[in-house]
Design a protein around this ligand. Structure first.
Ligand SMILES: C[S@@+](CC[C@H](N)C(=O)[O-])C[C@H]1O[C@@H](n2cnc3c(N)ncnc32)[C@H](O)[C@@H]1O
Length: 361
């Protein structure tokens, strides 16, 4: 997609779905507000700039992008390269990295997870000055009163702008001195307590599909190299570790906060956590067993393309006769895709909502 400034912003990963866009009216409104209000940008901090629209448009002000997802980092780098914008390595940072200067302006695309919004404002407010402002953009259909409540926990002044093209801004200023410091949710499941940072999949309780999967997983005790793909807080890998004390277990997730959470829940030497949106760093035929509750939502979008691409990678990285076990909503009908890749696809369990497949390479 071409921006009003003639930059080309592409989605990563690519999508065949033409209705999925690489920026929104909320991005454009942020840009317009900064111009009309004559706001001086000096190394502004950008959050949830999914494909790098804001980083590319504001590049001459040396923005600092706080990147939540490996796929977001790849999109940002690709779009900067495509628009001949040089990348300043220290300006691409991750949610728990420290910012060592006072931030005057931060720009936040409000995420779907308002827990994540809270975590971001909490972290951000530590490096804001007395006169700093936070400009938050969102589409009006995603507005919730809770956004204002959370903003009000961290800032004295919370003002909304008028809507334009179904987008709106909230401007936050005068940060509060005392604030809550909580960053975690805890999920109790059986006799286990799983920790996860705000914004990680399935806050407060175990996801129903995950629970159904764990009830029906069939782990061969001889599987010694195992991957939990799209591992979230690591709950599936954790259950496997209880059954198989000696296996080498790898966890892969696109979300920085998910990986940081799984590190809290599985700490042994034979468990390896990878912040990645792909299996490109593993050699072919590496695993005996891959398990997954794969993604099919991102923020407000539903899209199975990422899952289908992951299935192809799974096939490559499994040993011959290795197993891929996964859960999904019945309605997604993944079987038609899985049978094109694997020599055998069986249903291990099914109820009215979820289905567990066992695929053999
Ligand atoms: C349905 S959740 C499952 C999380 C966890 N396994 C559970 O059952 O609670 C899907 C996870 O996929 C992750 N994800 C999305 N795209 C991914 C990708 N390309 N590679 C790896 N993980 C991805 C998301 O961050 C999310 O944590």
């Amino acid at each position: 997609m071409k921006t009003p400034n003639q930059l080309i912003i592409r989605r990563y990963p690519k999508s065949e779905n033409k209705s999925l866009r690489s920026f929104s009216a909320a991005d454009e409104l942020i840009e317009e507000y900064i111009e009309t209000e004559n706001i001086a940008l000096r190394a502004p901090v950008l959050l949830n700039d999914r494909f790098g629209y804001l980083a590319c448009n504001f590049h001459k002000f040396s923005p600092i992008s706080i990147v939540n997802y490996k796929s977001q980092e790849k999109a940002l780098r690709q779009n900067m390269l495509d628009n001949s914008i040089s990348i300043i390595e220290q300006n691409i940072i991750f949610p728990f990295d420290k910012i060592n200067h006072e931030v005057e302006i931060a720009i936040v695309k409000v995420p779907k997870s308002l827990d994540l919004f809270r975590l971001q404002l909490q972290k951000l407010s530590k490096c804001l000055g007395e006169n700093s402002q936070v400009i938050c953009g969102f589409m009006t259909r995603h507005f919730s009163k809770q956004m204002l409540e959370i903003a009000g926990d961290y800032f004295e002044e919370v003002e909304q702008t008028k809507a334009k093209k179904k987008a709106r801004l909230i401007i936050l200023s005068k940060k509060k001195k005392t604030q809550s410091n909580s960053l975690f949710n805890e999920i109790t499941f059986g006799n286990k307590t799983i920790k996860q940072y705000f914004g990680v999949f399935s806050a407060n309780k175990i996801d129903q599909a995950t629970e159904f999967f764990l009830d029906n997983l069939n782990v061969d005790s001889s599987a010694d190299v195992i991957l939990d793909l799209a591992s979230g807080n690591g709950i599936i890998a954790h259950a496997i570790r209880q059954q198989n004390a000696n296996a080498e277990i790898h966890l892969v997730d696109d979300s920085y906060l998910a990986v940081e959470s799984s590190k809290l829940n599985l700490k042994d030497e034979n468990t390896h956590h990878h912040f990645s949106d792909s299996l490109e760093n593993f050699t072919p035929e590496f695993f005996n067993l891959i398990v997954s509750n794969p993604p099919y939502h991102f923020e407000y979008e539903t899209n199975i393309e990422v899952a289908l691409d992951l299935f192809k990678q799974v096939h490559k990285k499994l040993k011959t006769s290795g197993h891929f076990q996964m859960v999904s909503a019945v309605s997604l009908n993944f079987k038609t895709h899985l049978t094109k890749l694997f020599s055998k696809v069986e249903i291990l369990a099914e109820n009215d909502k979820f289905i567990v497949y066992d695929c053999v390479k």
